[in-house]
Write a protein that binds this ligand. Structure first.
Ligand SMILES: [Zn+2]
Length: 213
């Protein structure tokens, strides 16, 4: 089963992807993670990624598609969660073609709906464990009083430098311009399922489970 998690920055896609990884043994494919991994992999594709990034250029769609293809080939029976990709209609077409070629269809696209004001409040409150990446939020899921990560016991937490209101608005605008057309695109394909992304993490996870059927 392959799914795409779609939603604006801060909608909780990463958190829910991690839930699905744990609950269903799915593999989360996030573009940033794949690029970092490729750089150190020593493969031919990794070499290309390193060259492009070292030149300070943006990684092209066909490189990302190539990385995804490597993952599909390495685990032909795997179930994948696409998190942060596709971001554009061209990428959506390319991903569709790739999945068709491998005979592993897209099960559905989960759109996580949230409103802007709530997003701003949520994203500026967010931090992650420096050791294991567990996500915390001052409003909904604070770091425990003893200052230790509930998962790994780590005591260091990171706030993303770009987690401020201005940069969030820039990222939201990019989402509305580039990525939100994907909602209509997948709706037309009959693949879109929408969930309320504003609830408690457990409630959102339950809604996603229901959407997956
Ligand atoms: Zn941790």
């Amino acid at each position: 089963m392959n799914i795409i998690l779609l939603g604006p920055p801060g909608a909780g896609k990463g958190t829910q992807a991690r839930r699905l990884v744990e609950a269903r043994g799915m593999t989360q494919l996030s573009t940033g993670d794949m690029l970092r991994e490729a750089r150190t992999s020593g493969t031919e594709m990794g070499q290309r990624v390193a060259e492009v990034m070292d030149r300070g250029e943006l990684v092209t769609d066909d490189i990302v598609i190539g990385l995804i293809e490597e993952k599909l080939e390495a685990d032909p029976d795997g179930s994948f969660i696409f998190d942060g990709f596709p971001r554009t209609l061209a990428q959506a077409d390319a991903l569709g073609d790739l999945l068709d070629r491998h005979g592993t269809p897209l099960h559905c696209v989960i759109e996580m709906q949230v409103d802007d004001a709530a997003l701003v409040a949520r994203i500026t409150a967010r931090s992650t464990c420096a050791s294991c990446g567990e996500v915390y939020n001052d409003l909904t899921r604070p770091i425990p009083d003893d200052g230790k990560c509930v998962v790994c016991g780590g005591t260091e937490f990171i706030r993303r430098a770009d987690d401020n209101e201005e940069s969030l608005k820039t990222r939201l605008l990019a989402y509305y311009k580039q990525t939100s057309p994907l909602i209509g695109y997948y709706y037309a394909k009959g693949a879109l399922k929408s969930v309320d992304g504003l609830g408690e993490i457990d409630a959102v996870a339950a809604a996603i489970e229901e959407a997956l059927g």
